[in-house]
Design a protein around this ligand. Structure first.
Ligand code: NAI
Ligand code: MG
Length: 374
C-alpha cells in the first residue's frame, strides 16, 4: 500500500473533460491495488484568472510543490482582442510550473496501436514496429525568450529601426541544460532498445554544434547504447519514411514541439499522446513530474463530450510509473486502453466504419472498468 499525493489541474477547454477520465482511472487503480492517493483539485489557466485573478495562485503552486505529481489537462489562450494588453495570461500557469520546478525533460511516447492503423495517414507496413519516445528539452531555448528578455544577452522583442521593424528571439543553451536532458535520454535508452537519435541543426546553428559535442562527450558513459546524430529536416522525413528506425529521440525545445505533433499522426490522433515533464526533485519512489496530454484546449470541440481521453489516461499511466513508482499499475492502465480499442470503441477522432462510436465519458468509463489486477 502506497500513500501518494497528486495535485490535479484540469485547466480549461477540453482539459476538465479528459482529466476527469484520467482521474477516474487513477482512483480505480487506487481501489484495485489498495493504494491511498490524496487528490487536490485546483484551478489553473482561464478558470483561475476568472476566479482568483491569476493564472495559478501561490496556494495552488505550493500544493503542487508538496505533491508527488501534477496531473494537468490543458489551458487555452485569451481571445485575440483580450491578448493585446493583457498582463495576466492563462499560459503563464504552465510556464511558471515548468520553469520553477525545472521540468527539463519532456517525454512523449509514440506507439501506434494496431487497432488504430486505419486512423493514420501512413500505410500499415510503415507503422509496423514503431515504438519510439521523444525526450524534448523543455526548460530553455527559444521558448523562454519572453520570460528571460530582461536578462542581458537574451533579447526577445520586436523593435523599430531606421529600415522598419525587426524582431529577435534568442536560442540559448548552457552546457548544463544540454547535459541534463541528454543524460536523461541515455538513461531511458539504456532500459529500452539501447538506441539514441540526437536531432539538431548542427550545419547552421551554434547551439546545435554545442549540443552535438555534449552528446559525443556523454555517449562513452553508456557503452550499451548506440547513438547517432541527424539533422532536424532529415528527422522530419524519416519519421514518415521509416518511423520504426527510432527508439529514443532527444532534441531541443522547438524541434521537439514540431516533430512530436508530426509523430502524433502516426497514432492517428493528437488526442492519443501522453506526456511526462520530469524535473530534478526525487519523490519517495520516483521523480516529481507534471503529466498532460500533448493536445491543447481544443475549443472547437469543447463541452461536446467528443474529446479523446486516451492521451490524458496514458498520462496518468506515466504518472504512476515515473512519479509514484508503480510500474505494474501503469502497465495495467496501458493494457486497459489496448483492450478497449481492440473491442472497437472509438471517439470520433479515431473512428472508422463499423466502429462503436462513444463519447469522452463512456470511453473513459470503459477504460477504467477494463483495468485489472493480475
Ligand atoms: P489543440 O491541440 O487544442 O487542437 C488541435 C486540433 O486537434 C483541433 O481540431 C482539436 O479539436 C483536435 N484535438 C485536440 N485534442 C483532442 C482530443 N483530445 N480529442 C480529439 N481531438 C482533439 O491545438 P490548437 O487548436 O492549436 O490550440 C488550442 C488552444 O490550446 C490554444 O489556445 C493553445 O494555445 C492551447 N494549447 C495548450 C496546450 C497545453 O495546455 N499544454 C498545448 C497546445 C495548445
Ligand atoms: Mg505543441
Amino acid at each position: 500500500m502506497a500513500h501518494r499525493t497528486i495535485t490535479v489541474l484540469p485547466g480549461d477547454g477540453v482539459g476538465p473533460e479528459v482529466t476527469e477520465q484520467a482521474l477516474e482511472v487513477l482512483l480505480t487503480v487506487a481501489d484495485l491495488y489498495r493504494h491511498d492517493f490524496t487528490v487536490h483539485r485546483r484551478l489553473a489557466g482561464l478558470a483561475a484568472i476568472a476566479e482568483e485573478g491569476v493564472a495559478i495562485s501561490d496556494e495552488t503552486f505550493d500544493l503542487c510543490a508538496g505533491s508527488d505529481a501534477i496531473l494537468f489537462g490543458a489551458i487555452g489562450s485569451l481571445p485575440a482582442e483580450q491578448r493585446k494588453n493583457a498582463t495576466v495570461r492563462p499560459e503563464q500557469a504552465l510556464f511558471r510550473l515548468r520553469k520553477d520546478f525545472q521540468f527539463f525533460a519532456n517525454l512523449r511516447p509514440i506507439r501506434p496501436s494496431r487497432s488504430l492503423y486505419h486512423a493514420s495517414p501512413l500505410k500499415p507496413e510503415y507503422l509496423d514496429g514503431t515504438d519510439l519516445i521523444f525526450v524534448r528539452e523543455l526548460s530553455a531555448g527559444l521558448y523562454y525568450g519572453h520570460l528571460d528578455a530582461a536578462i542581458p544577452g537574451k533579447p526577445s522583442e520586436i523593435r523599430r529601426t531606421e529600415r522598419g521593424e525587426e524582431a529577435v528571439d534568442t536560442l540559448l543553451y548552457t552546457e548544463q541544460e544540454i547535459e541534463r536532458v541528454v543524460r536523461a535520454a541515455f538513461d531511458i535508452a539504456a532500459v529500452r532498445r539501447g538506441k539514441i537519435t540526437s536531432v539538431d541543426k548542427a550545419n547552421v546553428l551554434s547551439s546545435s554544434i554545442l549540443w552535438r559535442r555534449i552528446v559525443d562527450r556523454i555517449a562513452p558513459d553508456y557503452p550499451g547504447v548506440e547513438y547517432e546524430h541527424i539533422l532536424v529536416d532529415a528527422a522530419a522525413m524519416f519519421l514518415l519514411r521509416d518511423p520504426a528506425r527510432f527508439d529514443v529521440v532527444v532534441t531541443e525545445n522547438l524541434f521537439g514541439d514540431i516533430l512530436t505533433d508530426e509523430a502524433a499522426m502516426l497514432t492517428g490522433s493528437i488526442g492519443m499522446i501522453p506526456s511526462a515533464s520530469l524535473g530534478v526533485r526525487r519523490t519517495e519512489a520516483g521523480v516529481f513530474g507534471l503529466y498532460e496530454p500533448i493536445h491543447g484546449s481544443a475549443p472547437d470541440i469543447e463541452g461536446q463530450d467528443k474529446a479523446n481521453p486516451i492521451g490524458a489516461v496514458l498520462s496518468a499511466a506515466m504518472l504512476l510509473r515515473h512519479s509514484l513508482g508503480l510500474p505494474d499499475e501503469a502497465a495495467a492502465v496501458e493494457a486497459a486502453v489496448e483492450e478497449v480499442l481492440a473491442d472497437g470503441y472509438r471517439t470520433v477522432d479515431i473512428s472508422e466504419d463499423g466502429a462503436k462510436l462513444v463519447g469522452t465519458r463512456e470511453l473513459g468509463k470503459r477504460i477504467a472498468t477494463a483495468v485489472r489486477r493480475p
